[in-house]
Write a protein of this length. Structure first.
Length: 318
């Protein structure tokens, strides 16, 4: 899920923030590009959801299983393998066959995760509910319910589930990441800051954690703290144009205009059609006395769809 926020600063420029909540990518989204980030998203989701550590067997050790139980175990094993490989449709089919033979909490849990990854959130919620019905101490099912409800935009109930889960498990960065997003949406920035700091405590390499915390620090007017976080974020993802754009905005607020110009230049080098960066670079150039360069940037931004540039051209360009 992406939460876009636009903030107008005292310096008169527009900063475009993107809060990234990872969060679930569907199979189609994962296949759009085989980027480093997509691979990291999948790995982080697997770790956070405990997919690698979920029980390998659905039956406690005993001397012998019935034929139905053996078949249920076989389908469970096959469904688990398919889910781990990203074949969520096949995983759901096998896990459903297992459940048709023997109802089991771990099987509901695994199928719930496969429903999550294929963006079938109501079905995921039902499976996590059934997992808890059979195994009331299943912490992962509580977490799954929170995530499913968040993706269904039931933020109040999602928060209750996530807080219950975090009372039991305080080392899951994805859970803190979702909580930070909930705090952000109700504009409780101190709460968001605390939760992003917990994300980083749990996993210092968690995707976009530093960029998101930098955004929150920007909102809280802790510009030096924001700059420190953007520096770390860029060291992790040096080809992310939005981080350069946002770091440049922070540098402007710190009145380091030449350094801001360098960041906007870099953002445009990464994406020559990055309209927001042209609009913002125009403002920097105007501040530095380069009216001709500013007007050129605003014309480019306008041609790329930034209507706000039209007023700047009328006001400042001959």
């Amino acid at each position: 899920m992406k939460i876009i926020s636009t903030s107008r600063s005292g310096a008169g420029f527009i900063v475009f923030f993107m809060l990234l909540v990872f969060g679930f990518r569907t199979v189609a989204q994962q296949n759009e590009t085989a980027t480093k980030k997509n691979k990291e998203i999948q790995a982080q989701q697997s770790r956070a959801l405990g997919l690698d550590s979920t029980a390998a067997t659905i039956f406690p050790p005993r001397k012998e299983l019935t034929e139905a139980e053996k078949e249920a175990q076989r389908f469970y094993t096959e469904g688990s393998k398919k889910g781990k490989k990203g074949d969520y449709k096949g995983s759901i089919e096998d896990l459903t066959r297992s459940l048709n033979l023997v109802e089991n909490g771990n099987t509901y849990l695994k199928r719930g995760f496969s429903y999550l990854f294929s963006a079938q959130f109501p079905l995921a919620l039902q499976d996590f509910t059934d997992a808890l019905r059979i195994s009331p101490a299943n912490k992962e099912a509580i977490f799954g319910m929170g995530v499913a409800r968040f993706e269904m935009k039931d933020y109040a109930e999602a928060e209750k589930d996530l807080l219950q889960y975090l009372d039991l498990v305080n080392i899951n960065p994805m859970a803190f990441n979702y909580m930070a997003a909930i705090c952000f949406m109700r504009q409780d920035f101190q709460c968001a800051l605390k939760n992003y700091s917990d994300v980083i405590r749990c996993d210092s390499l968690y995707l976009d954690a530093y960029a998101n915390r930098a955004m929150i620090r920007h909102y809280l007017r802790d510009y030096k703290g924001a700059l420190d976080d953007y520096d770390v974020a860029i060291s992790q993802y040096p080809t992310d144009k939005k981080i350069y754009n946002n770091r440049a905005a922070t540098k402007m607020l710190l009145k380091d205009f030449n350094a801001a110009l360098e960041d906007f230049n870099h953002a445009i080098e990464l994406d020559p059609l990055y309209a927001d960066a042209y609009n913002n670079r125009g403002r920097v150039r105007y501040t530095l006395g380069d009216a001709q360069g500013a007007c050129s940037d605003w014309q480019k931004a306008l041609s790329l769809g930034i209507e706000a540039s039209r007023d700047l051209i009328i006001q400042n360009c001959k």
